[in-house]
Design a protein around this ligand. Sequence first.
Ligand SMILES: [Zn+2]
Length: 106
Amino acid sequence: MITVKLPNKIQVGGHWYKLVLDSRVKDFGQRADINYEKQRISINPNQPQSQKEESFLHEALHFVEQVYCRGDVDEAEIDSLSQGIWQVLAQLGIEFDFSGLEIVEA
Ligand SMILES: [Zn+2]
């Protein structure tokens, strides 16, 4: 198993987005969320590891999409891509460690 410890910020196209753990995203029926105004990706820590990893990839893809695809990729396509990329990474034995992320609470 190869464990990738997530940094607290990721960069796409020169833009830096903070990664945080925030259980409040479930209040909106989501497992994670990307906020383009705050430049923040929030992930609900209270979900199984596999879903947490896929949620991170999903929001990271929204970030990439927003920078490079100008809104041309829809939600269902992002979801399919994040599920597929997660499957490939999991088969390669790659897992994500979320322990370095700040926990944000109300
Ligand atoms: Zn989405």
